[in-house]
Design a protein around this ligand. Sequence first.
Ligand code: TXA
Ligand code: MG
Length: 338
Amino acid sequence: MGETAIVKVLADADEAILRTMLTAPARALERGGLVAFPTETVYGLGADAFNGRAVERVFTAKGRPADNPLIVHLAAPHQVDWVASYIPPVAQELMDTFWPGPLTLVLPASKKLPSVVTAGLDSVAVRCPSHLVARVLIAQAGVPLVGPSANLSGRPSPTNAAHVIRDFPQGLDWIVDGGQCSIGIESTVLDVRGAYPTVLREGKISREDLAPWLHSSDEDSSGESHRSPGTRFAHYQPTARVILTSIGGGWDTAHQWLSKVRSVGLVTASDPTVGVRTHRRMHVLGTWDTPDDLAKNLYAYLRQADDMDIEVVVIESVGTTGIGRAVMDRLRRAAGRE
Ligand code: TXA
Ligand code: MG
């Protein structure tokens, strides 16, 4: 397999320039190729959703179990009719409110979609990303694209092009480098086929944001793992062991671990220059001020820990409202408690 080609696009490039720059990757997609592309959440591994052979290549490249369905990405909301057989009124309202953006809707699937996309289910997960590069690429390709996160199965999702290159030094046709993803964790997934929408995966668009559409008694349903195929699989697992502490507890916990393991990483909410007790086997991987900060950088920290061969990563947790809950969901999985 050939080496992956890279095209770097500037964050403020206008649409006409993007169309020109993305011509070659779009042609590769038309021919059944694989192209990694930036979105506002994480990088996706794109292929023509109507080309079953191309979609199979996505599963093979990632090492993804065949029974874990993919999200289909649209250039514009109206393309939803290409992949879904029916749009419930509540779905239309949610699309009008949150698209383009980091919200994925599970809808009844069109019979025209190859079954490999949906892992044989009669539903399809669909989203229209807000990232201009993603939408121009999809529009240029002329077809909706499947787009699982562009990582090897089980690795943290990629939030910059270097992460994608690390997991796929070869085997892809193109990587579109659009810099760092602004959100940093995957989209919220919402099943909108029932009487009330059900949150299958938390994300930047939070339960609070969705409250007008959720049943008033709706609680954290992330335990209902049978509803989202993806939640059955081990996810977001770095090689390093992840330990969660409360805010302010990270330094002490990290120091305790130093006596047990070779190297410890720390992600802390406090300023590490205050009261530092440094140690050559302890590495401050990063600090965060707000839950959005931690969301944006979390996967980079976890990847960095693995690159540095760090054994234990201590992370001071964020709260449990808004995006904080989505971050905690990812952290609990990384800590292997789910
Ligand atoms: O932000 C995102 O959603 C990113 C970017 C690239 O758009 N993509 C992403 O894809 O996170 P992936 O494949 O890593 O996660 C898709 C999730 C999985 O948990 C999968 O099980 C679930 O969506 N899913 C896909 N189709 C589904 C369906 N028909 N019903 C229920 N869950 C579904
Ligand atoms: Mg993924």
